[in-house]
Design a protein around this ligand. Structure first.
Ligand code: HEM
Length: 218
């Protein structure tokens, strides 16, 4: 009997080939053969919410949105493919990948709160600094339901009345711009004006990323 791990094989295959999938228009053979039929089978799509399982860099998700889908949620087991999704979105929207990641982070806070995690977020603090200090506890709670979770770690230091240093540690790369958006999104959640700047970066050889967060509750 085969002992191959198909999940890992597929994940590794797409992680390796991710860059070849980015496209703003049809380029691969299946974009001309199978995909048009598949997209036709999804009609009528206008106004519907779509879950695109194995969305890759989002080619079909974008096409379904173009055809009028109200919302498209994409998931993919290849982390490299989801990074390429950011690249593809930046081509389509004429925004930089950093701007896309930042906008995603900001949107994500509001989206997660609406989609069933609002109470968990409420329990994690009533002010921006309190919430930031509790982020690791929050992810630890999430980890009870998702045992394979590989959460990031956040630490607050130099806490003053209206400022703090936020330290971000992660096994992953490339997600740092998202932190700027996430913290701004939290500012909106707590009706607090936020100014966040990165003060040290792993890209420049630092051990972890660090941000200065200046905030003022309205
Ligand atoms: C109830 C709210 C939240 C839930 C349910 C949640 C859940 C998760 C989950 C499931 C992951 C993926 C981990 C994995 O792939 O193994 C993740 C990653 C992450 N979370 Fe949260 N999270 C929440 C709030 C936040 C907030 C408010 C921040 C703001 C700073 C944040 C920052 C991050 C970051 C940056 C990652 C990316 C992983 C990394 O950097 O290594 N999360 N979170």
């Amino acid at each position: 009997m085969s002992k191959l791990n198909h999940t890992n094989l597929t994940k590794n295959l797409y992680n390796r080939t991710a860059s070849e999938w980015i496209r703003g228009e049809p380029i691969s053979l299946s974009d001309f053969t199978a995909r048009p039929f598949l997209l036709e089978l999804c009609e009528p799509i206008a106004g519907l919410r779509v879950l695109d399982i194995g969305c890759g860099e989002g080619y079909c998700s974008r096409e379904l949105r173009r055809r009028g889908a109200a919302q498209v949620h994409g998931i993919d087991l290849s982390q490299a493919m989801t990074h390429k999704l950011v690249k593809a979105a930046s081509l389509v929207l004429s925004l930089s990948p950093k701007q896309i990641m930042q906008a995603f982070g900001e949107f994500w806070v509001q989206y997660t709160a609406q989609e069933g995690y609002g109470e968990m977020m409420d329990m994690s603090g009533h002010t921006l600094p309190e919430f930031l200090e509790n982020l690791d506890n929050l992810h630890a709670r999430v980890g009870v339901s998702f045992p394979k979770l590989q959460p990031p770690s956040f630490e607050c230091t130099d806490m003053e009345e209206n400022s703090l240093s936020l330290h971000y540690r992660s096994d992953r790369e490339g997600l740092t711009p998202m932190i700027l958006g996430l913290v701004k999104g939290l500012g909106t959640r707590f009706d607090t004006e936020v100014h966040i700047t990165q003060t040290q970066s792993r890209d420049d050889g630092a051990e972890h990323d660090e941000f200065l967060v200046i905030y003022k509750p309205n």
